[in-house]
Design a protein around this ligand. Structure first.
Ligand code: NAD
Length: 257
């Protein structure tokens, strides 16, 4: 399937799942806008690398997804935004009574509000083009909960609500909105949770991976960034024209439990 002629904006795409999704979209022929909050030589070099590898246009746009105006400018600054992937996300692990207020606010802003702002800016561009895809990266934690992740779980449940509303507001146009709910994927975000989780449960690294993380994932395997990229490409294909307002779990059976 070719996404040639389409432009995809993927938020938080210099590492992990976002980068995997950007690579899959470029591999399917889409031009891609990479994003993060930094503005380093490495960010621009990464865009150049992908452009050379896949023979499509790849640019880097700095924008802090915790800043509403920056979210909107990121999209408004693009000539097109046919596929919007809201992927930027952060995590913090603490019991509710100790959860730092600044972490709560940052997680709600980056993991939830950013998707509202980018969607608001992208819909007029999609309507002008007569086609669009909004793909929000939620989580198995958008459908179910775990202790110590109150802000993340509230934000990821919220993303699914936002996705459903976006789908209803665009239902009679050639625009769809869906959420992907990954289980555990071994990315820098998950790596960063391991030390805290080791401390909370008083376990070693391998024990945390097997007994806490993959214990919830019946396949006992991490999902991969390539599988998530493939799901985004599928949702961008004509086969998915009537798939809107729903969630696709890529979680090794976690939410079947
Ligand atoms: P990651 O830490 O590897 O990547 C996160 C990306 O977001 C990075 O590119 C980072 O630069 C960017 N980012 C962070 N703060 C930002 C900000 N303020 N503005 C712009 N960009 C910012 O994480 P990941 O594991 O690849 O997670 C990507 C998404 O997938 C997140 O929304 C996460 O919640 C979700 N997710 C991850 C897993 C998992 O197991 N890794 C599971 C379910 C859902």
């Amino acid at each position: 399937m070719s996404l040639s002629g389409k432009t995809a904006v993927v938020t938080g795409s210099t590492s992990g799942i976002g980068l995997g999704i950007a690579r899959s979209l470029a591999g399917a022929g889409a031009d891609v806008v990479l994003n993060s909050f930094t503005n380093s030589e490495a960010d621009h070099a990464l865009a150049q690398e992908l452009s050379t590898e896949f023979g499509v246009q790849v640019t880097y746009a700095q924008a802090d997804m915790s800043d509403a105006a920056a979210c909107r400018s990121l999209i408004e600054g693009q000539a097109r935004c046919d596929i919007l992937v809201n992927n930027a996300g952060i995590q913090h692990v603490a019991p509710i009574e100790d959860f730092p207020i600044d972490k709560w606010n940052a997680i709600i802003a980056i993991n939830l509000s950013s998707a509202f702002h980018t969607t608001a800016a992208a819909l007029p561009k999609m309507r002008a083009a007569g086609w669009g895809r909004v793909i929000n990266i939620s989580s198995a934690h958008g459908l179910t909960a775990s202790p110590f992740k109150s802000a993340y779980i509230a934000a990821k449940h919220g993303v699914i609500g936002l996705t459903k509303t976006t789908a209803l507001e665009t239902a009679q146009e050639a625009i769809t909105a869906n959420a992907i709910c990954p289980g555990y994927v071994l990315t820098p975000l998950v790596e960063a949770q391991i030390p805290d989780t080791m401390e909370k449960y008083n376990m070693g690294r391998e024990e945390v991976i097997k007994k806490v993380m993959l214990e919830r994932q019946p396949s006992r395997e991490f999902a991969t960034v390539e599988q998530l990229g493939g799901t985004v490409v599928f949702l961008s294909s004509p086969s998915a024209d009537q798939i809107t307002g729903t969630t696709i779990s890529v979680d090794g059976g976690w939410t079947a439990l």
